[in-house]
Ligand binder design. Structure first.
Ligand code: SF4
Length: 237
């Protein structure tokens, strides 16, 4: 799917009880007005590496290893000369560190050989770099090139399903298309940060804090839980 073919709106109508895009955008502004990217980096290259390292891992964990990694290997040229064993040692506390170290080294070498050590600010070109998927490319372009996008991580995927915006299990790429189809483009980057903050701090995977959630009236997850509880009590369980 190309970036330009993602325009079909699939966000269910509010008549079905689904939250209106405006209600969600404005509600998140109140909840997390200052939400921002929580990965630490100083350059586009460091943003790319940090984002790649954050796959299936928390940003807080990544921020613990990157100060040392970037002090030793601050740019693509220096990283391209590192040994895989040294990168692995530094990032060992992160999951999937063998594959991540291989990708960091390989993408650094590609950047040096093909882009003079610079990160290309082009979505399709970024996707050709080792280990760089659509989410990573979207995050990098949003963070360092101010290119609007709503890259979907595990939090956005989960909360979008709970609010009935998409069906559970919908692929991240499709979730992104649905969100981008109904949210104003100038809101995409701040919305992305705020929606992640909402999933990370309030609509948590294990114990969502529903009692202080302003979106309770629209929540399909809550409705499902209530109807399950009602059925149980009817059966006297
Ligand atoms: S009511 Fe609970 S589950 Fe639903 S969106 Fe809010 S925090 Fe998440």
């Amino acid at each position: 799917m190309t970036r330009t073919s993602k325009k079909r709106s699939l966000w269910p109508a509010s008549s079905s009880g689904t939250i209106e895009p405006k209600v969600l955008v404005e509600g998140l502004k109140v909840l997390f007005p200052d939400a921002a990217c929580t990965l630490d980096f100083k350059t586009p290259f460091q943003c790319l590496v940090a984002t790649l390292l954050s796959a299936q891992c928390t940003d807080a964990k990544v921020n613990k290893v990157t100060p040392f990694l970037f002090e030793k290997y601050p740019d693509a040229k220096r990283m391209a000369e590192a040994s895989i064993e040294d990168i692995e040692t530094i990032i060992k506390s992160l999951g999937l560190y063998h594959a991540k170290a291989r990708n960091v080294l390989s993408l650094s070498r590609t950047l040096v050989e093909e882009f003079d050590g610079e990160v290309p600010f082009d979505f399709e070109t970024l996707l050709k770099l080792p280990g760089v998927g659509k989410k990573t490319a979207g995050v990098v372009l949003a963070e360092v090139a101010d290119r609007p996008a709503i890259p979907v991580d595990t939090h956005i995927k989960r909360v979008s399903a709970r609010l009935g915006i998409v069906k559970e299990g919908t692929e991240p790429e499709k979730v992104e298309a649905v969100l981008e189809s109904r949210i104003d483009k100038e809101e995409w980057i701040p919305f992305h940060h705020r929606f992640i903050a909402f999933g990370r701090n309030l609509c948590k995977a294990m114990k969502p804090e529903c009692e202080r959630c302003p979106f309770r009236d629209y929540c399909f997850y809550l409705r499902k839980a209530s109807s399950k509880a009602a059925k149980k009590s009817k059966r006297g369980l």
